[in-house]
Design a protein around this ligand. Sequence first.
Ligand SMILES: [Zn+2]
Length: 247
Amino acid sequence: MIDTHAHIRKGEEIRIEGLDWVVMSGPNMAESRDNVEIAKMNPKLKAAVGIHPQETPRTPLENGGIDKLINELDEILSNNFEIVAVGETGLDFIEPYDVKHQEILFRGQIALSLKHKKPLIVHSRKAMEETLEILRSYKNLKGVIHCYSGGKKRIQKVLDLPGQWYFGIDGNLTYEDGLAEVVKLIPKDRLVLETDSPELTPLPFRGEKNYPENVKYVYQKVAEIWQMSFEETEKIVDGNAKKLFGV
Ligand SMILES: [Zn+2]
């Protein structure tokens, strides 16, 4: 089993029993740097580096604020070949937000993904059409729409994007019937599973703090939906994650 999206803070208890590896998403500069450090100590923890769109309002634009951030990420990527992905980046239209700044930061990270040939971890909240429009303007991109919330109607739009795109599904699958209907329509070879820990804890631990090892409940639910054994499901989903992240 592989958790393709978790947030692990330095010094925190790491619970990854039964997992082959975990991708640690990078939501800001400090945690991105921490991810690189944590990954050096534990080969099962893989680092991603990036800046979440909700970090944008706090980004000073004076003196090339966003350029400076992108240059810093560029430098980290150049010096640490073991980094597996760029992100999380994207668009998030929950107030307060600034579309223009978010787009500049997003495009900057897309450029890094292409330059360093690392897949992109895309976060998109209340902004799926706008996100797809930006992604459509690039060729040869590879990535995951993390915590996919585009519903049934946008599955084909994601599959039609240039490059190769995957759908990341989280623990809310265990209690949202609508999401189970969405998963039925996602091609089996484009699904990866995540926890987004410490958030989005699956049943039966919903409401408690989440850990990467809880991704097994998401696998279990997908096995039910696919009407396959846990082992067969694991083989397919893990194969997708390996292909996506090149691990
Ligand atoms: Zn995340």
